[in-house]
Design a binder for this molecule. Sequence first.
Ligand code: KG4
Ligand code: ZN
Length: 352
Amino acid sequence: MRILGIETSCDETAAAVVEDNANILSSVVASQLATHGKYGGVVPELASREHLRAIVPVVRLALEQAQTGFDDLSAIAVTEGPGLVGSLLVGITYAKSICFARGIPLIGVNHIEGHIHAVILEAAQEIGFPAVALVVSGGHTHLFEVRDGCTYRLLGRTRDDAAGEAYDKVAKLLGFGYPGGPIIDQLAPHGDPNAVKFTLARMKGNTLDFSFSGLKTAVLRWVEARDLTVEIESRRKLQNPGIDDWLRTTPPATLGLLASFQKTVIEELLRRAKVAAEQIGARSLIIGGGVACNVGLRAAARNVNLPCPVYFPRPGLSTDNAAMIAAAAFQKFHAGKSDDFTLRAQANLSLA
Ligand code: KG4
Ligand code: ZN
């Protein structure tokens, strides 16, 4: 049984064919980094236009690589939300057209559920339920209780910025490129993680919610208290920079700031994930989303004393991709669920 997944919620046009809920036959991701990089973030209008350009060749390539035709598909799964509405519309309209023309079932998938299934896809046999899922990306920082791979209960979420968004904003402020997460992650080991002491916002009550805007403001204050104009400008001028260029233009004090920022974010994520896992008696902790690529987070998750095993997807399945969308659709397909052509893009779709 083969499902074609289509993902266009943000700035990657992705298509993948997954067989029997386990084998990724193909996974094609066309990144729009070159388009948005110079603006330091995703420009929605440009994203929709790029999706329109890419959707047909990306799906064609995914089918070719999987040696699959439309007639071999049991269903087409497409991200229905959350995300940028103009971007979501491209994938949804394309998926509907093919399903209508070929008589293939259409399945709408929540993007956040996709990030959880990117992990379940690779370790289905090992993951015990109930599980806690930490979905941590540029748009989301959520903690869920996952009962059996398809029922979710929201345990906590960010009250302001997503963790990946905080990474991207800090990187932009300091003249690093976009997305900022991978750059800060690479630079952090070169700085002193105890150089800057950040205090995180205290929230009332016994909450599993996150807040990263105070941390972002603390970084801004640190930068404002120093004259870093020359340093920051020297980085902004770099053409196609790599890690060596970043290192050359970043003095120890700024490296210490980045290392301290990363340490604080990681501690915050794992602290609340651990409490959540203890509270629900979790048998696994699943960590997905773009920030799950973070090398420091992966190392810390192995070293902190968690009450259950932790599972990460491989990096290519952590950031946005379509294999996770196809994977999340299998359980719906088996349960006989599909969508009709009234399926619509929902920018703020929630999972639970
Ligand atoms: O899941 P994703 O591709 O898109 C969303 O659904 O948002 O996540 C992208 C986010 C960006 O904010 C990026 O900076 C962050 O994931 N990211 C990282 C790392 N790699 C990507 N953040 C921290 N460390 C990384 N290694
Ligand atoms: Zn995502």
